[in-house]
Design a protein around this ligand. Structure first.
Ligand code: AMP
Length: 197
């Protein structure tokens, strides 16, 4: 099963992806995590993307193509995978379609987490406070200003994926404002349909 989780920053894609990994046994491909790992390792790629990510802008489609193509070719992706925040522009969506076709595979479903962006800002503020209180480091792009910028980038560059996937008949919407458990069960109901095929 190959699925995309779509939704603005802070919608809970990562939380749901981790849960899907456990329940369905397929890996989560988060380009954000891969890019943060590149920054932590001090690699050339990390140096190239750090400023872009700190500002809340998107890295180039070419960088995403390189990291996604390499990742999809790994054996653990054979049974399927979750693209978590890994498709952010229509150009990337076309690239993924092409790469999957080359592997004789296809995307099964795109799940959009529908959320209230103002409420997400409030959630972010609470998360920052909790992270600080726990003495853990706060992500460099986890501040209100950058977060609002990332939301605007989502509206401008990523939201056009919604009509793109709708036209392919692959889009399913889930209310992302419920509890983690409620969102999880709505997602599982969709994934059950595909697992049964
Ligand atoms: P995330 O953790 O998915 O919110 O990603 C954090 C940041 O990494 C984003 O704000 C972008 O700067 C960058 N990024 C992650 N995935 C992509 C992608 N598919 N295309 C472009 N930029 C990305």
């Amino acid at each position: 099963m190959i699925l995309i989780l779509l939704g603005p920053p802070g919608a809970g894609k990562g939380t749901q992806a981790h849960r899907i990994v456990e329940k369905w046994g397929i890996p989560q491909l988060s380009t954000g995590d891969m890019l943060r790992a590149a920054i932590s390792s001090g690699s050339a790629l990390g140096k190239k993307v750090q400023g872009i990510m700190d500002r809340g802008d998107l890295v180039s489609d070419q960088i995403i193509e390189e990291i996604i193509t390499a990742r999809i070719a790994k054996p653990d992706c054979k049974r399927g995978f979750i693209l978590d925040g890994a498709v952010r522009t229509v150009g990337q969506a076309k690239m993924i379609d092409k790469v999957l076709k080359k592997h004789k595979r296809a995307l099964d479903v795109v799940i959009e987490l529908v959320v209230d962006e103002e409420e997400l800002v409030n959630r972010l503020k609470r998360r920052i406070e909790e992270t600080r209180a726990a003495g853990k480091p706060v992500r460099a792009d986890d501040n209100e200003e950058t977060f609002r910028k990332r939301q605007a980038v989502y509206r401008e560059q990523t939201a056009p994926l919604i009509p793109y996937y709708k036209a392919q008949g692959k889009l399913r919407k889930v209310d992302g404002m419920g509890t983690v458990a409620a969102v999880a069960s709505a997602i599982d109901a969709i994934l059950d349909e595909f697992a049964a095929e």
